[in-house]
Design a binder for this molecule. Sequence first.
Ligand code: ADP
Ligand code: MG
Length: 331
Amino acid sequence: MGEFDLIARYFTRPPRRAALGVGDDCALLTPRPGMQLAVSCDMLVQGQHFFADTDPGRLGHKALAVNLSDLAACGARPLAFTLALALPRADDAWLAAFARGLMALADLHDCELIGGDTTQGPLNICITVFGEVAHGDALKRSGARPGDEIWVSGAPGQARLALGALRGEWPLPDAVMRIVRQRLEQPTPRVALGLALRGIATSAIDVSDGLLGDLAHILRASGAGATLEGDKATYLIASSAYTASDRACFDIRLLTHTLAQRRQCALAGGDDYELVFTAPAARHAAVLAAAARADTRVTRVGRVDAAPGLRVLDAHGQTLTERFASFDHFA
Ligand code: ADP
Ligand code: MG
């Protein structure tokens, strides 16, 4: 199978929304009047972002999911994406599974593959995603204001819990591993929530590197500080609202972890692709209604302060003094 057979077999479909798709020198997208294009790019590198034996279907899903998550954090609606792929070899079974996982998520979000690049090399997957958002409606990192409430979707930290088990840092019962491994390998981009929060949230970001680190990006961009109920965020990991069963919650709480480890997962664990966002306290009910429309659970975990700095509280309202390092490729 040559390069062009491979593209034709796995990555070419008739264009839907795009004026021109795979097969020419450029793809053509026509933005609708009054809309801005939201563009984001994320790369997944073997050994750095995933293990060599990761299921290719899950990898296809994740490569697109992390990009859709950036659109979600901006409140943009997905339109299209490009795929730049370096492959060690043209392995039919691998490509078929990868394309299946990728296209299933793409179809779910009506996001079409419009082009890319394919070359031989160490496995590397780079997707650029294009979305649309009405002029002025994009959620940015810079809009948080003192007094705003801080919210998170889902239960940040579950992906880190799975990663720790895969690395042998702690044991996890099979039933729990099945749940949290799904978060690590097949995260759900919170696109519907991002769309529902337009006009309500004052700022947003997706949690890729860790809750504290990503929240700090919002605070820096907004010139504000915050108080985070750290243990409220930590308890989400082991709340039955966020796992499939009471049994699994019990397992997470009692069998596997010290509180310190769970804090590390929830506050500094990356790769969950949940949203952290701020909204005025007066819009509390509007946030809950938006989350219900998006069928996504959200929890208020703090407030924005005028004073700079990020204060993290334990369950008793005492300031936590431990350090929680977010993920940094070059640290
Ligand atoms: P060019 O030489 O102009 O860069 P290529 O020969 O690399 O074009 O690619 C041929 C066509 O196939 C282009 O339209 C390109 O966008 C598309 N393409 C290449 N690789 C992929 C891929 N992995 N997924 C989708 N489209 C691809
Ligand atoms: Mg090319």
